[in-house]
Structure formats: C-alpha cells, structure tokens
Design a protein around this ligand. Structure first.
Ligand code: SAM
Length: 199
C-alpha cells in the first residue's frame, strides 16, 4: 500500500496530475477518524490518490468518487485495484454536474476537489445528499495564494477563476444552512458543517 501511494505521487508529478497536498489529506483522514465518518462522496478522483487514502482512514470508511476524464478514471480504477480497495471505493466515470444520483443516497462527508470555477454549483447540487450534521470539505480555497488578491491580477482566465473562488468563500460565509471554518493547510481547506434543523 505504502509503495502504491508513493508510485501515485510520482505518477502525478510525471504526468502533471494535480493531487491533494499531504498536509491536507492528513487533515481529512484525521477528520474522518474523529467524526466516525463512514460514507464519503468525492467530486474529482483524478488517479484515486485522495479516494484511496480517505477509504484507508478507518475500516468502515467507504468512498464513491466521480471523475469525468477518461484517462484519469482508468488510472484511478487501476490504482484502486492495486490497493485491493474495490470493495471500499466505487469509481464513477461521469461529469459530476450531469450525474443524477439516486435521491435516497446520503453521505457523511462530501469532498469537493473538481473544477475550481464550479465550486458553488457543486455545493448547491450535492448539499442535498448530506446526512444530518454532515460535512462538505473543499480543497484549494487559497488557490496558490491568489485568493483575496484577484484585484491585482490582469484580466484573463486566472483572474476570473480566482474571482469565482472568492465568490464561493463569500457564499460559504453567508450560507445560513452551514457553519464553515477555513483552514490555512496545504492550498487551503474549507470545512462546512450542516446545521441541525430546528423544529
Ligand atoms: N482528488 C484528487 C486527489 O487529490 O487525488 C485530485 C482531483 S484533481 C485536483 C481534479 C479532478 O477533477 C481532475 O481529474 C478533473 O478531471 C476532475 N473534474 C473536474 N471537473 C469535474 C466534473 N465536473 N466532474 C467530474 N470530474 C471533474
């Protein structure tokens, strides 16, 4: 398992695949253990690195992970098999914004790590699949230090992407249904816990 993880890290470097930073995945694995999280949904599998580590956090943790890129999906399947995790990880080859999950599926944790410009759309679509007091964690909230500094960027794709992440942060801060904390770990994580509905 350890060698497989090291191989995935090397594959990511060699093939320019963005995977989560070590400190960030360590934080999420600890969160899974401490909060007794069992059912996890991940948006953006890439090659399965974070899915495999999340699933290995506890014996009970199971992961459904969604990837829209065919090459990465195939690589993810290969890695899940190599790690003997076929029973704990379900890999779905589809665009997460087009997928129609069965409405009775519920998750304790949703990890958003797909297209950065679509974070608000992912959150709005998938918040309905959370259990009571469930959590949504989002990666790359600092986006390499650009977030908070979009006014200094020249017009273009980068500026527009950073503005979208800034918009997502405002959306989370103002969201009355969730309590969100922001962590300066790795490339920045947000942890949004669903508030319990009062009768
Ligand atoms: N979570 C992975 C890890 O840490 O090992 C890294 C994921 S990578 C940052 C983002 C991935 O999301 C890419 O492989 C990309 O193809 C995928 N992606 C982007 N938008 C998507 C969407 N709408 N639906 C499914 N996958 C998407």
């Amino acid at each position: 398992m350890k060698q497989n993880i090291l191989d995935m890290e090397q594959y990511a470097i060699d093939n320019n695949v963005p995977i989560i930073e070590k400190k960030s995945i360590a934080f999420i694995m600890k969160y899974i253990k401490e909060h007794n999280i069992k059912n996890i949904l991940e948006l953006g599998s890439a090659i399965g690195y974070s899915a495999i580590l999340m699933a290995s956090s506890t014996p009970d943790a199971v992961v459904t992970t969604i990837e829209r890129d065919e090459v990465r999906y195939m690589e993810c399947l290969k890695n899940v098999k190599k790690c003997g995790m076929e029973k704990k990880i379900n890999v779905v080859y589809q665009d997460a914004l087009e997928l129609n999950l069965s409405e009775d599926l519920k998750y304790d944790l949703i990890f958003i790590d797909a297209a950065k410009g679509q974070y608000t759309k992912f959150f709005e679509k998938y918040k309905h699949f959370l259990n009571d007091s469930g959590t949504i964690i989002t990666d790359n909230i600092n986006f390499h230090g650009y977030v908070g500094n979009s006014s200094k960027l020249d017009k273009g794709n980068l500026k527009s992407l950073v503005e979208k992440i800034e918009g997502y942060i405002t959306y989370l801060k103002e969201n009355p249904e969730f309590d969100t904390k922001f962590y300066d770990i790795g490339d920045g994580l947000s942890v949004s816990v669903k508030k319990v509905e009062k009768n």
